[in-house]
Design a binder for this molecule. Structure first.
Ligand code: SF4
Length: 251
């Protein structure tokens, strides 16, 4: 499929996608039109796994990509291998520019994210956002597992939206945007979908709810906000300390 065959990403096309009820139908319709120009981008957490599973069950050979910051948990790398084996897919691991990572580390130290919110964002930018930006030059449709009830900051996430990047329009689709935690858990159980062992509750009741890099991600206690385990040392009362890495909200 060449670029000329692809539908234009416009607000009216986005509107049509929003009218489709079932996530499986969205996957089908988008793949039919965009093939390798659409991708599921996931860190292998619950909703990303559900989308991968839905594509697989419906025989839709979707491209699956993950942003590898080079600082993920060993359990996450092992889990991604397991997902590849289970679904017979190859997950594209998008890595940061090593020269830029080394320059950042030489200049600010390996643990710069402890110094300030700005340096945490800088690290996330070099290790995650730039990789995503690179990937987005190659795709027209981005499937994401964001849900409204994951945090206060995500409560207005739409089912689909057009984002502009470097002069290109990209359709970002959050097919499970309005799913509740219970729907997610029930679907995972019902379909026996593999989950990252880090997301399983620990004996002391703590568990990881949201997974990112080692050190920057800690487990949460029952009752804590879902993203409380991310950059736990930051003062969460401050507006600028929203628990986001910039992947979804600076693009
Ligand atoms: S989560 Fe932490 S280590 Fe990972 S990119 Fe962001 S600041 Fe850097």
């Amino acid at each position: 499929m060449t670029e000329h065959d692809l539908p234009k990403i416009t607000s009216s096309f986005c509107y049509k996608v929003r009218q489709i009820d079932q996530p499986q139908e969205i996957l089908f319709q988008i793949f039919k039109r965009f093939e390798e120009h659409a991708a599921i981008i996931t860190s292998g957490q619950l909703t990303g796994m559900i989308i991968i599973h839905m594509a697989h069950e419906n025989g839709i050979p979707f491209r699956v990509c993950t942003i590898d910051t080079l600082r993920l948990f060993p359990e996450t790398y092992a889990f991604l291998d397991q997902v590849e084996a289970r679904y017979g897919i190859q997950i594209e691991q998008i890595k940061p520019n090593l020269e830029r990572v080394n320059r950042m580390v030489n200049q600010h130290g390996e643990f710069l994210f402890f110094d300030s919110k700005d340096k945490q964002e800088y690290c996330c930018h070099i290790r995650k956002v730039e990789s995503l930006e690179q990937l987005l030059t190659d795709i027209d449709v981005w499937f994401s597992g964001l849900r409204r009830d994951q945090s206060e900051n995500r409560q207005r996430i739409p089912k689909a939206q057009v984002i502009e990047k470097k002069g290109r329009s990209i359709l970002k689709i959050n097919p499970l945007f309005d799913w509740t935690e219970k729907q997610v858990q029930d679907f995972i159980k019902e379909h026996d979908i593999p989950i990252n062992p880090l997301l399983m509750p620990k004996a002391n009741g703590q568990f990881y709810e949201s997974l990112g890099c080692v050190i920057c991600t800690t487990p949460i206690r029952p009752g804590e906000p879902k993203r409380a385990g991310r950059w736990r040392w930051q003062n969460t009362q401050l507006e600028e300390n929203k628990k986001e890495c910039g992947l979804h909200f600076s693009i």
